[in-house]
Design a protein around this ligand. Structure first.
Ligand code: SF4
Length: 114
């Protein structure tokens, strides 16, 4: 059994995911917990938020995020890739900074104008 706390809402249900029973989930109060528990064990993902360098902006760094959650095992590699990215101002919010990062089908987008 894998124990997890559901992050779907502030209630924080304590979930148990049974690896030996088709990853069935117990301890949830709603379907969100079932989906969270299964995904967290089988295919954990996170939205990546970080910064890239920017030239000619009012700051030296531009905040960016992934357009969708990335597989958790790609987060470090994606962060390393973005460390070497330099964009030029002007940039608009939601502008694609890196398309299809690491062939995930997910873009890295700006989270503010600069
Ligand atoms: S299982 Fe449902 S009620 Fe419980 S924490 Fe998750 S989202 Fe909230």
């Amino acid at each position: 059994m894998i124990e997890l706390i559901c992050i779907g809402c502030p209630k924080g249900c304590k979930l148990l995911v049974d690896e030996n029973n088709d990853h069935s989930v117990t301890g949830h109060s709603c379907q969100i917990g079932v989906e969270y528990g299964r995904n967290e064990v089988l295919n954990p993902t996170r939205v990546l938020t970080t910064i890239v360098k920017i030239e000619n902006g009012i700051h030296n760094c531009l905040p960016v995020k992934s357009s969708k959650p990335l597989p958790k095992n790609k987060l470090i590699e994606a962060s390393r890739f973005l460390k070497d990215i330099v964009v030029k101002s002007p940039v608009k919010t939601n502008q694609v900074i890196v398309k299809n990062i690491l062939d995930t089908g997910i873009d890295i987008i700006a989270t503010r104008d600069m």
